[in-house]
Design a binder for this molecule. Sequence first.
Ligand code: SAM
Ligand code: GPP
Ligand code: MG
Length: 294
Amino acid sequence: MTSTPLTNAQAPSVFVPGPASPYQGEIARYWDQEARPVNLRLGDVDGLYHHHYGIGEVDRAALGSPGDSEYEKRLIAELHRLESAQTQVLLDHLGPIGRADTLVDAGCGRGGSMVMAHQRFGCKVEGVTLSAKQADFALRRARELGIEDHVRARVCNMLDMPFETGLAAGSWNNESSMYVDLHDLFAEHSRILAPGGRYVTITGCWNPRHGQPSKWVSQINAHFECNIHSRREYLRAMADNRLVPGAVVDLTAATLPYWELRATSSLVTGIEEAFINSYKDGSFQYLLIAADRV
Ligand SMILES: C[S@@+](CC[C@H](N)C(=O)[O-])C[C@H]1O[C@@H](n2cnc3c(N)ncnc32)[C@H](O)[C@@H]1O
Ligand SMILES: CC(C)=CCC/C(C)=C/COP(=O)(O)OP(=O)(O)O
Ligand SMILES: [Mg+2]
């Protein structure tokens, strides 16, 4: 069978391999089509586009009162500040990173965390996402910032990354591990990390003390077409793949102010109640785990 070459207008700017499974095809389509105002409006604040949630106390003085004409704009800036603060806490846990190092962002979204990592460490950052739209977006932002020689996104399965063994000084999943089998994921991080390298994840996980995923966790899974794992699964899959946790930080209390503020905004998506209720009833936890590759 012969194929017709793509014209320049049709050709994607990133190479798009076929999905490794039907599920991955569904997730690629999900993120290709995603355009929720909550993510675009927050990213527009300073050009860092995130697909994760926030941590830290709300700055009530900066917010002013709901009657103020600028209140909604300030609320959006405040939600964005808390999302970027989340990234900084993840980066804090990578340990010392030099300009000559390479970091890997597994499930990089539109690339906000990659840009922040480069700005902080001066290093190279390689990201992978299933979505060609997201990879294009991240590449365009890197070009606009003049850092395209240091920050690169590509369309690729994080369970089979195009990086040589031991390449990375650090790697992470920022709210992207609930789309894959954790044993497969940590085997791949363990392969690409140099011995002594650091892996960090921030994730939502269900609490084994609850017994099974609560109805709120099931609602979050259905909303995002993902499969949230338990805290126990994370620790077990790390232990099986030479990743030894040095820090396990429960960020649940730190993320609640973000959700409670977001629930009052015009940008609500309908999932706020599930996060707030599951964090409050203890069935769901927002966790950071930093592990050494030994
Ligand atoms: C909630 S977004 C998080 C994006 C980013 N980490 C951030 O903090 O802004 C989830 C991301 O995981 C990616 N993802 C899910 N499964 C993946 C896989 N098997 N390989 C690569 N990326 C994947 C999606 O394409 C999407 O970019
Ligand atoms: C903590 C958990 C369970 C996260 C699931 C993964 C996910 C979809 C994160 C946020 O993405 P987003 O920023 O696109 O979502 P939203 O549109 O709700 O802001
Ligand atoms: Mg968001």
